[in-house]
Write a protein that binds this ligand. Structure first.
Ligand SMILES: O=c1ccn([C@@H]2O[C@H](COP(=O)(O)O)[C@@H](O)[C@H]2O)c(=O)[nH]1
Length: 285
């Protein structure tokens, strides 16, 4: 396999968090937010919304996370807007985590990997969210291509929604929780990486003490922990500190609506993002 010439995602993320704080701003152009911003609920509205967020936060936060669903719901022109967001992140030097939560049988996963992780693909940001619930091994094509191109993965582990535990806390035949098994597989892929590996987990900031109850050793993952749920879903600095404890230096806190509701103007958006970033930094110090 050809190894990447760019530095691995884990290394680049640590550098970005050191420079800007541990915040990822979610770009989720909900229909309701488009209306609040005075924009049409179509591909042009989504594009204007997303590029305005990029203008506000590009070069000022560690990462942005466009939620693919809000672009895809507008068809090919919406997907073209997502491509522009990826390009804008690259131009601003801001890491882009494409939140598409892909997961499929291995042969199809290879095609998703080509779309979101291959050099030259217009949808390839710096990292991709993926679902391990067809079996962790089904993600192998994405793991291999991400490694070869210096990109990262965030594997769903303990999600922020209340329905997550019915799957993630279930016990495998070996008696370990599904979430703990996912975390162990990620840890294996990050063995020996410094300052941390490029295979991260998604662990909601809303999950309370469920990491402990599901026996998930977050610090042992030696990779980044993407923590959605900050802001609109109710988590704040206290929850970040409580959920992540000894793994807090690995955390990239993520807030979408909590920041986006400050729009439509660039300056209030920027102020909201910088405030959220400073709060996350204080909680995770
Ligand atoms: O466990 C998860 C995984 C992903 N998400 C995504 O993050 C944002 C959250 O948006 P807010 O407006 O900050 O609530 C959204 O795109 C989700 O799909 C998550 O919330 N939980």
């Amino acid at each position: 396999m050809t190894e990447s010439r760019v530095r691995p995602f884990g290394e680049r993320l640590v550098e970005a968090m050191d420079a800007h704080g541990p915040l990822c701003v979610g770009i989720d152009p909900h229909a309701a937010l488009l209306a609040d911003w005075g924009l049409p609920d179509d591909a042009a509205g989504v594009r204007e919304f997303a590029l305005r967020v990029m203008e506000a936060v590009g070069g000022r936060v560690a990462a942005v996370k466009p939620q693919a669903a809000f672009f895809e719901r507008h068809g090919s022109r919406g997907v073209a807007a997502l491509e522009e967001v990826v390009a804008a992140g690259r131009a601003a030097g801001t890491l882009v985590v494409v939140d598409a939560k892909r997961g499929d049988i291995g042969s199809t996963m290879g095609a998703y990997a080509d779309a979101f992780l291959a050099d030259g693909s217009p949808l390839a940001g710096d990292a991709l969210t993926v679902s391990p619930y067809l079996g962790f091994g089904s993600l192998d094509p994405a793991v291999e291509l991400a490694r070869a191109t210096g990109r990262g993965l965030f594997v769903l582990c303990l999600t922020s929604n209340p329905e997550g535990p019915e799957v993630q806390h279930a016990r495998t035949a070996d008696g370990v929780s599904v979430a703990a098994a996912v975390a162990s597989r990620a840890a294996l892929l990050n063995t020996g990486a410094t300052p941390m590996g490029s295979v991260g987990l998604v662990v909601g900031a809303t999950v309370g003490d469920t990491a402990r109850r599901a026996d998930v050793d977050l610090a042992a993952v030696n990779g980044p922990l993407l923590a959605p749920g900050v802001g609109a879903q109710g988590a704040g600095p206290a929850e970040l500190a409580r959920v992540f404890g000894g793994a807090r230096r690995q955390v990239l806190a993520s807030s979408s609506r909590g920041v986006l509701r400050a729009g439509p103007d660039v300056q209030p958006l920027r102020t909201a993002a910088l405030r959220a970033s400073a709060e996350a930094a204080a909680a995770l110090r």
